[in-house]
Design a protein around this ligand. Structure first.
Ligand SMILES: Cc1ncc(COP(=O)(O)O)c(C=O)c1O
Length: 450
């Protein structure tokens, strides 16, 4: 299987470019054997560890990853005969865990919402388990130079060869930064610094100067947990390699992801849609001799129940048109998961069940749908001790309804059990409405927001 890693196709976009003068090509990394660009990084890291002696026959591979890197290491481990242990956050999809187990990897589940310094945080736990296990080796893609090397020695040269040296711009999202740094460094070197290297970043990601609030596009960009003391960027990302950044709202990334499937027959994940959205915007500023290459790291198959699901998209407030700017969610309707029961009682007063929100230090901002981790009922709070954390009494997340959605459609969708609904617009929380208020004669949900 390792022989199948890399040499992925480059596809020219015809319709999604919307008449841009420059060509936009997509590097389709889903063509790798375990389905993503991470196959390259995983193979490179394992080979480097074998060469240095850090990983020996009979050794055990450890990684903390909710997605593609774990799956890639599981595939490589199976192919090369190593045990693989992947530590995953507890919010990972069942499909991803099933895929890891299908390749024979062992899965260790840990809470998703821990600050970087916590010993059980995904990556910290993986590193610790590796250190405690005889023959254990921690891959550590965020800081492992072999991750960057994979893209310097394969992705970059492939793009150069496939475009016959005509590439002028590389656009990719930044998770570890390995792809952009490695392929970007190669392309700059080989072109005598002619190729521009552009990071495509979710609007709220700190890489591009955003607030660090969570975003909906998985696996790229950087959000900062409110309790993280020092936000240390991955060593795999070298900002000096980039010549520019383009910040892309979740809405544009998701709509581009959907358009790629429908208008080009290209089923990629939203980090690919993010890169293409940035690449197309860039291509509109360029000329007919320019060639923009966007990297699509994985397949849309892993996201059928998210970005490709009409209800999922609509419930997060992404209507057919942008609509007016959202109002800021009133602070009393969302509470940070770090709040104590006593603080919450004071803040909430009386009312319905309320969503508990993982809120960033900057509270002046609207709360994003991606920040919601669940709800807590007033009954639950009454039974709890005052000094306990609200997060320890977490119930299921409340249903979501886009402000643009017809009231009748939302009412039909809601099960009897729900007391309240979270109103969204463009990925942000606008308000929390009691379900009883959905009975009014308003047409769309947004009309009910005070
Ligand atoms: C789906 C997807 N997109 C993008 C990325 C980012 O790639 P990189 O880590 O090379 O920056 C990753 C990996 O983190 C990924 O899994």
């Amino acid at each position: 299987m390792t022989a199948l890693v890399g040499r992925t196709p480059l596809v020219r976009l015809r319709r999604v470019v919307r008449g841009a003068p420059a060509a936009v090509l997509v590097k389709v990394e889903a063509a790798n054997p375990a389905g993503s660009s991470k196959d390259r990084a995983a193979l490179s890291m394992v080979r480097a560890a074998e060469a240095s002696g850090a990983l020996a026959p009979g050794g055990v591979i450890f990684e903390g990853s909710s997605g593609n890197t774990g799956i890639a290491l599981a595939m490589i481990g199976a192919a090369l005969g190593y045990r693989v242990v992947v530590v995953v956050p507890d919010r990972s999809s069942q499909e991803k865990l099933a895929l890891l187990r299908a390749y024979g990897a062992e899965v260790v589940v840990t809470p998703a919402l821990l600050p970087a310094e916590h010993p059980d945080q995904v990556r910290a736990l993986a590193a610790r388990l590796a250190a405690e296990t005889p023959g254990g080796w921690y891959a550590g893609q965020y800081d492992n130079p072999a991750n960057v090397d994979a893209h310097y020695s394969t992705t970059g040269p492939e793009i150069w060869a496939q475009t016959e040296g005509r590439v002028t711009h590389l656009v990719a999202g930044i998770g570890t930064g390995g792809t952009l740094t490695g392929a970007g460094r190669y392309l700059r070197e080989v072109s005598g610094d002619r190729v521009q290297v552009v990071g495509a970043d979710p609007e709220s990601s700190v890489f591009g100067g955003g607030s660090g609030r969570p975003h909906l596009v998985e696996a790229t960009g950087r959000f900062v947990h409110p309790q993280t003391r020092a936000d240390v960027w991955p060593r795999s990302f070298d900002p000096a390699v980039t010549t520019g950044m383009r910040r892309v709202p979740d809405r544009a990334a998701i709509m581009t992801t959907r358009a790629l499937a429908r208008e080009e027959g290209l089923l990629v994940g939203a980090s690919g849609g993010l890169a293409v959205a940035a690449a197309v915007a860039l291509a509109h500023t360029l000329g007919p001799d320019d060639v923009v290459v966007a990297v699509a790291p994985d397949s849309g198959r892993s996201y059928l129940s998210k970005y490709f699901d009409d209800e999922w998209v609509s419930q997060r407030g992404f209507g057919p048109d942008g609509g007016p700017a959202p109002a800021v969610a009133p602070a009393s309707e969302t509470i940070a998961h770090t709040t104590t029961v006593e603080q919450a009682r004071v803040a909430l007063g009386q009312g319905h069940a309320l969503p508990v929100v993982l809120r960033q230090a900057d509270q002046g901002e609207p709360v994003a749908v991606a920040q919601i981790i669940g709800s807590v009922s007033l009954d639950g709070l009454r039974a709890a001790a005052p000094e306990e954390l609200v997060a320890d009494h977490l119930g299921p997340a409340l249903p979501l309804a886009g402000a643009h959605e017809p009231v009748s459609a939302v009412r039909e969708r809601l099960a009897q059990a729900h007391d309240a609904v979270v109103v969204t617009h463009d990925g942000l929380v606008v308000a929390v409405l009691p379900v009883s208020e959905l009975d009014s004669r308003a047409e769309v949900i947004g009309d009910l927001v005070p």
